[in-house]
Design a protein around this ligand. Sequence first.
Ligand SMILES: [Zn+2]
Length: 431
Amino acid sequence: MSCVQKANMLPEKDPKRQGEKDPQEDPSVTLFREYLRIKTVQPEPDYDTAVKFLERIGSELGLQCQKVEVCPGRVITILTWKGTNPHLRSILLNSHTDVVPVFEEYWRYDPFSAFKDSEGNIYARGAQDMKCVSIQYIEAIRKLKAEGRQFPRTVHMSFVPDEEIGGHKGMEMFVKRPEFATLNVGFALDEGLANPTDTFTVFYGEKCPWWIKVKVEGNPGHGSRFIENTAAEKMHRVITSFLEFREREKQRLKSEKHLTLGDVTSLNLTMLNGGISFNVVPSEMSAAFDIRIPPTVDLKAFEEQLTAWCRAAGEGVSYEFHQEHEAAMRDLPCCHRQPLYQSGECKCLSCVHLSCQLISSSTLVELLLSPPPTVLQAGHPAIGFSPMNRTPVLLHDHNEFLNEQVFLRGIEIYAHLISALASVLPLQAEA
Ligand SMILES: [Zn+2]
């Protein structure tokens, strides 16, 4: 069993390194800490140990285990709990196995020791992002199975490599494979973010990033004269229009209490180029803007606005897109909103304050929620949700931790969520 095997992996700085088991510790927490000790840290993650660990759990739980090597050394592990009706679309519980690098000198404890302090805070890289979720899925299924539950829908857990470096050799390749199509996914869950308040955050949409370069042309000349229609004058007008808009959105976010960063358009001037010499008025200048637009904004109208600002700045002002994505709105069918967002259908969740927020950066739920190729793109609704309330957001930060009580409550939440999703409620894809 897990606790025996973990003994020789216990690292330094952990007072329990002698291998003695804590009889008081919940076995789910012990398993979580064992997983945290596997060094799947970029840039050289120990994926072999992680895959073996997952295989072991799969056989413990009597789940089907499938391994798909999408490219050498990059294996997607899928553990499957078969439903009673194979014709129904399945539920996919996705998590990534890799974690981001650490700066050990800034950590209070060895980031791969999964040290637990007297308050039950477990410190480790991956404690929030997102080894907690992987083990919570597993333990929720263990719990449901132990209760003798069976559901019409099949539930798959996928454990993917390389998400933290873009997922190109992970989920991105997997969604194009026939093995993925065979999963017949109707709905997917992936990672979210911690929330320091009592509230849980659910991500159901993402902002659409526009990277735009505005080029202005003007009359060149000697720096000692008043040249008419210079590039700088036009650039001044462009920047003013863009930054005034930025200020309006910033104020809107500040003054309207119900808004989050995900609800407003953010805009920043990130690069300025132009000029060759102190005494030469340049004929060309450019400015780069990073704009993030919520899915509720009419993109066509927004682009018309940009065009108008550029036109108003004068002749010879143009812009080009350096990267453009369609905004994606995870518009959940009502049947899923209910168990997730209301208490009516799913009484057990009524104690959970779920707040819906749009994600404010496209780096969050990278593969499932952002193009290119994602589960979403492949046509499957998904939400990003990590059940971590009362927890500071420490993903990718030093001293990342999760409290064991919060972790354990997450297992209960997933158990409810999985039983709601895996029941017969029609999914969007079946409607
Ligand atoms: Zn993550």
